[in-house]
Design a binder for this molecule. Structure first.
Ligand SMILES: [Zn+2]
Length: 201
């Protein structure tokens, strides 16, 4: 640490001037505006980084830049984009915001379920491929078996979740194809990036 400080001092004569001015310039430019609870009356909440929040319109979801976090700009958006809401009060926007949050939560849970279903579908396709079973085994045996097990051990609601996983022969075929072309792609990439390689027979 001392070394750095001393070095800076000794070389401060000519070089130092320019960088120091540019630093102050930068500092001036980056003024981070904060969200004020009161901005909800312009129909705005905020999103992104807490230290430099961006105004987000509660009605259309548009995100403005941090620089626009000033009443005049928020008001301009409200009046020009949503004139019918221009005279609404804080309570109205608060209710809208709550509604949005609920919807978002719902959307998120829907996405995670379908993501899980997709993942499960790939895993089962891998098992089918490894055992060299026909692609139809998914829909004629694996899915009904899974659903029976889940129904007996967990319950009817959980069965509905399992039912979202696609096991059809076409799906299994497509998943196996996806995975093998991904494997092939990775292998080719590795071979191309390696300088030497040997073939084992
Ligand atoms: Zn808007």
């Amino acid at each position: 640490m001392d070394k750095f400080l001393r070095r800076k001092d000794s070389s401060s004569s000519t070089d130092d001037e320019e960088p120091s001015t540019s630093v102050t310039k930068n500092l001036k430019k980056v003024v981070k505006r904060k969200y004020d609870e009161d901005y909800i009356k312009y129909g705005f909440s905020w999103c992104g980084d807490e230290t430099a929040p961006r105004p987000q319109c509660i009605i259309c979801g548009d995100q403005l830049s941090n620089e626009s976090m000033v009443p005049s700009k928020l008001k301009r958006h409200l009046y020009s984009s949503h004139p019918s809401c221009a005279n609404k009060d804080k309570q109205y926007f608060k209710r809208c915001l709550e509604q949005n949050k609920k919807q978002k939560k719902f959307m998120k849970s829907a996405v995670t379920v379908s993501e899980k279903a997709l993942k499960a579908s790939y895993h089962v396709a891998k098992l089918i491929a490894r055992q060299k079973k026909p692609h139809t085994v998914g829909e004629i045996l694996i899915k009904p078996a899974c659903m029976e097990i889940v129904r007996l051990m967990l319950g009817p609601n959980e069965v509905k979740e399992v039912n979202k996983v696609s096991f059809s022969a076409d799906t299994v075929k497509r998943r196996i194809h996806d995975m093998s072309s991904d494997l092939l792609g990775t292998l080719i990439k590795k071979l191309l990036s390696a300088e030497k390689f040997a073939l084992q027979r």
